[in-house]
Design a protein around this ligand. Structure first.
Ligand code: URA
Length: 291
């Protein structure tokens, strides 16, 4: 995995990250590892002296999210299956590389959002990363720059990732829908159904060790659940993909745009990040290391 050097980290980024920790209720460092930080202040009966995340079971981080049973989820079939969805499925299945998939999507006219968007937004980050994050749909800034999560919520996502030692060299990011819905409205069921074969193939080609659904729309689409994000965030699901030999451990997290509107949720976010970090350690996933 790539490394980031200390000189590459700007003071403003450090201040933003420290502010993020403060808002999340983390007020004590427990080591040099950027991911090995403390717990939220309100996170339950933690001992006063902070221990490394792995070394103090049972931990508050396990209590609600990780205690929930892992649910097996098979491939999703959404309503709105029409000719375009069938085309999408056939075209996506015929792609054998990420480059082929990007080219096929760019040539695909079956999603009406393409007509109003400036450009397709395919992915950002490291296609060889262990972690893949799938958001909802591009916003205005993403539409302008052609990359996912580059606006305000993208900046917050970067801070969330940095809080556990991740960055865009160690994650790969895409969206359920690859074109911006006009006025940043939510994609509708038909747009999601048409987009789903592409993102499922995208995930299968990328083969992440861990999949994160950023926000309720992404989680509902990929996990075929009607449960709201407030109930399912921080829990693990085993998501099967027809083209992958084993299910992918998948966790819904709050969408950064939601956290921007509800800053009080940062403590929950921090707990979810610790759940993620622990699973990454268990699976031997790569972190960005600050040298
Ligand atoms: N919100 C998303 O879900 N995706 C983006 O790329 C940007 C904002």
């Amino acid at each position: 995995m790539d490394r980031i050097s200390e000189s590459a980290v700007q003071p403003a980024e450090i201040i933003a990250l420290l502010r993020w920790y403060q808002d999340a209720g983390v007020d004590e460092s427990i080591g040099d590892d950027p991911g090995a930080l403390g717990r939220p202040r309100t996170a339950g009966p933690a001992p006063m002296a902070m221990a490394p995340v792995q070394a103090a079971p049972p931990q508050p981080v396990q209590s609600t999210p990780a205690a929930a049973p892992v649910r097996a989820v098979a491939a999703t079939v959404l309503p709105g299956s029409d000719a375009a969805t069938g085309d999408a499925r056939r075209i996506a299945a015929g792609c054998n590389t990420l480059e082929e998939l990007a080219a096929a999507l760019a040539a695909f006219d079956g999603c009406g959002l393409k007509a109003t968007a400036t450009q397709m937004v395919f992915a950002d980050g490291n296609p060889e990363a262990d972690i893949m994050i799938v958001g909802e749909a591009p916003g205005a800034e993403e539409d302008r720059l052609g990359k996912p999560f580059v606006g305000q919520s993208g900046k917050l996502l970067d801070r969330m990732l940095a809080a556990i030692g991740l960055d865009r060299t160690t994650v790969y990011i895409s969206n359920i829908v690859n074109w911006r819905p006009p006025g940043n409205r939510q994609p509708n069921a038909s747009e999601i159904a048409i987009s789903l074969p592409f993102i499922e193939r995208h995930i299968a080609l990328m083969q992440p060790k861990i999949l994160l659904c950023a926000g309720g729309t992404s989680a509902a689409a990929l996990l075929a659940t009607r449960e709201g994000i407030t109930r399912i965030h921080g829990r693990w699901y085993d998501r099967s993909f027809p083209d992958l030999p084993a299910p992918v451990p998948t966790m819904p997290i709050y969408h950064p745009a939601f956290i921007l509107r509800q800053p009080g949720m940062k403590r929950d976010v921090w707990r979810d990040l610790l759940v993620l970090k622990r699973r990454m350690q268990e699976l031997g996933c790569g972190f960005a290391s600050v040298t």
